[in-house]
Design a protein around this ligand. Sequence first.
Ligand code: SF4
Length: 236
Amino acid sequence: MTSKPDWSQFDFSHPTISNFKVETILNCSLKYKFTCDDKLPTAPARALELGRTFDLLCETGEIPDDLKLLNEKDVSIIRERYQEYRGLMPVGKRQFSFQKMVDYKDWSLIGFIDLVPDEFPNAPIIEIKFSEEKWTQKKASYKGMQAAIYAWALEHDWVQFHVMNFKESGLQTFDMNIGEIEIDQMLENVVRAIRKIEDGIREPEENKLCGWCDYQVHCPLFNTKISSDNEVEKWI
Ligand code: SF4
């Protein structure tokens, strides 16, 4: 949850891909078109603002006063969690960014990492969440590719990816170990995603995140084929 990515540090003279683009194109090429080709606006995300606000509190000790999506209860939860768990929050380099060539034509992979602990490589990379849903292996594995990208970007053989979920009812933590197998799998997925971007076909592809899609109103599938009881897992 980097607060303000600085895009000027990247070289966009060659094609670039990010974790967001990989996940989007592999899930649905039409959503990729809406988001990355057409750059249609998305709905503001409260979950992101929760995360960014917590991140800023950790960095500066203060909560900004220009919050748009959070109410007083949200802010008090953030303060309480910070007070309770600040001793557990590792000190590290924030807003670590990277751009590395992938082994495919002249594409590079770019990204930002929330927090790289000072003691790395043995300390975990931290991912902070605010969700009332319990994290499970299945939910955490959704983040596996992101964690593998981090490990690859940091040139580690492995990383421990540590999810801290600040539920209203208390802290939940979840660990994942990322090694060579996951990194190889991630790189295969990145190349698969690039090929899908290059093929230029942009079709709706029903997937379990359709219920969360900001572009339902533009999607020819959503109001017809996709049933109203499409299961949306309420996790972030
Ligand atoms: S609703 Fe589903 S199929 Fe339609 S664009 Fe969004 S993700 Fe793709």
